[in-house]
Every structure is written in C-alpha cells, then in structure tokens.
Design a protein around this ligand. Structure first.
Ligand SMILES: [Zn+2]
Length: 101
C-alpha cells in the first residue's frame, strides 16, 4: 500500500498535469463555429480538460494554503480551581432539594 503525496509532491504533480492540460487545450481553441479539433461546440473534450484544470487549480490553491500547526501538549489543569468547592455546591443543591420538598 502506497503512502499519500505530501503537499509539495501534490503541487509538483498538479503543476505537471496543468502544463499537460494547457498543451492539450491548444488543439481545442475555437476557430469559428466549431472547436479547433473539428467537433461541434461545446466540445466535450475541451469541457473535460477545463474541469481537470479547475480540479488541479483548486487542489494547488488548497495545498499552498496548508499551514503546519504547532503540536499541542496537554497541560495538567486543576479542575474546579476557579469554582466553588464541591462540598459547597453539594450543600447548596441539598438546600434547594430540601426547600422544594
Ligand atoms: Zn475540441
């Protein structure tokens, strides 16, 4: 089982793909009522290539925005240090129960 691409590897791969797509699109320039490849408009090959171009363009934009986040180390926290002691809360609850009954 292979490993996934790193962000840098993906960007390099996607840029290669984009260059290839750009080269292929040269044959599909509109030259009049039909596509440069001779197909009627809209050319399905051109649409497919444009979709792939958009896919890789979006992928590159996302990969370039990826930021390495710092590693968070758990810090021991004194739970309840800023609240009233449990016994005081318990007494208050007990007082409420007694009052309600
Ligand atoms: Zn075409």
């Amino acid at each position: 089982m292979g490993r996934g691409l790193s962000a840098q590897e993906f960007i390099a791969y996607a840029r290669e793909q984009m260059a290839g797509i750009e080269s292929l699109l040269e044959r599909h320039r509109r030259t009049g009522p039909s596509c440069g490849c001779g197909r009627p408009l809209p050319c399905p090959v051109e649409e497919t290539l444009r979709n792939r171009q958009e896919h890789f363009s979006t992928g590159i934009a996302l990969a370039e925005r990826t930021v390495q986040l710092p590693v968070v180390v758990p810090v021991p926290v004194n739970v309840g240090s800023h609240s009233r002691p449990r016994t005081a809360r318990f007494r208050w609850c007990a007082w409420l129960i007694r009052r309600a009954t």
